[in-house]
Design a protein around this ligand. Structure first.
Ligand code: PLP
Length: 397
């Protein structure tokens, strides 16, 4: 049976990571991988996580099964982080399952959508996180793209987006990135969120909000303002959250899938469907990451520490957005890169062509994804001058 298998191409980002690892150049720079790195180029464990882990080691008294919905305290915390004091929470309209990462949340959401409407098409931004498309297709759903990023203006194709989404029928699902759009870094502003929310209400499609970077954009609360406005207007939505980036818990695989329904009675039904989905995929999620997050958010002291550490990550990236432009100007680059400071989150599209990306890799060992997406925190004071000089060379032709 297995001899008929054909090799499957690996995700280009994983291929890039492997090529970077093997590159012997001591000056090599990794701008590909979507994890936060500090000034030392290291993805450190947050102090709040270390402290919560110490507490867990002391208090943990059982490894019995955790249950299909996962850690209930985590679920309650993650709902509050996303919705605050919103009416959807106060009126019991949300049910949440903690999941293995944001990816697990999206897969659970996909299976949930199939139970609600097996014929649903999931609409995703063009471009989007590469895994969105394969994930929904693997679950057996149709996927279509809507206009989002404008390569020419380095902004949004917002009018085209609204025109296209106006054609989406009720029963389909429209995925939006809550903040820090991956890969472009271009987010909807609040006015645009409002228009999107009114369209969703009017047309009846179901929004799926993917929130993988809460706290990396403008701030923990600010990054939810689009989501909360949407929840003001529409009766139903799906939220997929991830704690990989904002808690630095990447490998612990911790996220959540929350379903918002029209009333608390439907929420009970949705909960049973959600749990049956979980049961048939992985039965129960891993506990560790959720309990760490729960310990942090249970403690005022650890929460304050987390807020500080999150702000350090967010501010470092934002400072580098400006520093990139300053360094480019210092190297005599005349092309306008000011759009970099208008973007949010881990990523930015530089907008350079394939040949230039290739030259950066071959001549300078600077690695970025083929779309020219760079992960800003891969830059630090030791490599930013080298990067700016290499860019100046490559842009000269
Ligand atoms: N959604 C988006 C937009 C992402 O960028 C990512 C990760 O890069 C995820 C979801 C999945 O996150 P996780 O690593 O928690 O599975």
């Amino acid at each position: 049976m297995f001899s008929h298998l054909q090799p499957t191409p690996i995700d280009p980002i994983l291929g890039l990571m492997a090529a970077y690892k093997e590159d012997p150049n001591p000056l090599k720079v990794d701008l590909g991988v979507g994890v936060y790195k500090d000034e030392q180029g290291h993805t450190a464990v947050l102090d709040c996580v270390k402290k919560a882990e110490a507490l867990r080691l002391k208090n943990e008294d059982s490894k019995t099964y955790i249950g299909m919905a996962g850690d209930l305290s985590f679920n309650s915390h993650i709902e509050k982080l996303a919705f605050g004091q919103h009416k959807v929470l106060l009126s019991g309209r949300v049910t949440t399952a903690h999941t293995p990462g944001g990816t697990g949340a999206l897969r659970v959401a996909a299976e949930f959508i199939k139970k609600a409407n097996p014929d649903a098409t999931v609409w995703v931004t063009n471009p989007t996180w590469a895994n969105h498309i394969s994930l929904f297709q693997a679950a057996g759903l149709k996927v279509k793209e809507y206009s989002y990023y404008d390569w020419d203006t380095k902004g949004l194709k917002f009018d085209a987006m609204l025109t296209e989404l106006a054609q989406v029928p009720a029963g389909d699902v429209v995925l939006v990135h809550a903040c820090c759009h991956n890969p472009s870094g271009m987010d909807l502003n609040f006015e645009q969120w409002k228009q999107f929310a009114h369209l969703a209400k009017e047309k009846g499609f179901t929004p799926l909000v993917d929130m993988a970077y809460q706290g990396f954009g403008l701030g923990l609360e600010e990054d939810t303002q689009g989501l909360r406005y949407l929840a003001d207007l529409v009766e139903e939505l799906i939220l997929c959250s991830s704690c990989s980036k904002n808690f630095g818990l990447y490998r612990e695989r911790i996220g959540a899938c929350s379903i918002v329904t029209a009333d608390s009675k439907t929420t009970e039904i949705a909960k049973s469907v959600l749990l049956s989905v979980v049961r048939s995929i992985y039965s129960m999620p891993p506990a560790h990451g959720a309990i760490i997050v729960s310990h942090i958010l249970d403690s005022q002291e650890l929460t304050a520490l987390w807020h500080q550490e999150l702000a350090v990550m967010r501010n470092r990236i934002n400072d580098y957005r400006q520093l990139i432009i300053d360094k480019f100007i210092a190297e005599g680059i005349t092309q306008d890169f000011s759009f970099i400071t208008k973007q949010h989150g881990m990523f930015s599209f530089l907008g350079i062509n394939k040949e230039q990306i290739e030259r950066l890799r071959k001549e300078f060992s600077i690695y970025m994804v083929g779309s020219s997406r760079v992960s800003i925190s891969g830059l630090n004071h030791s490599n930013i001058d080298y990067f700016a000089k290499a860019m100046a060379q490559v842009l000269k032709g």
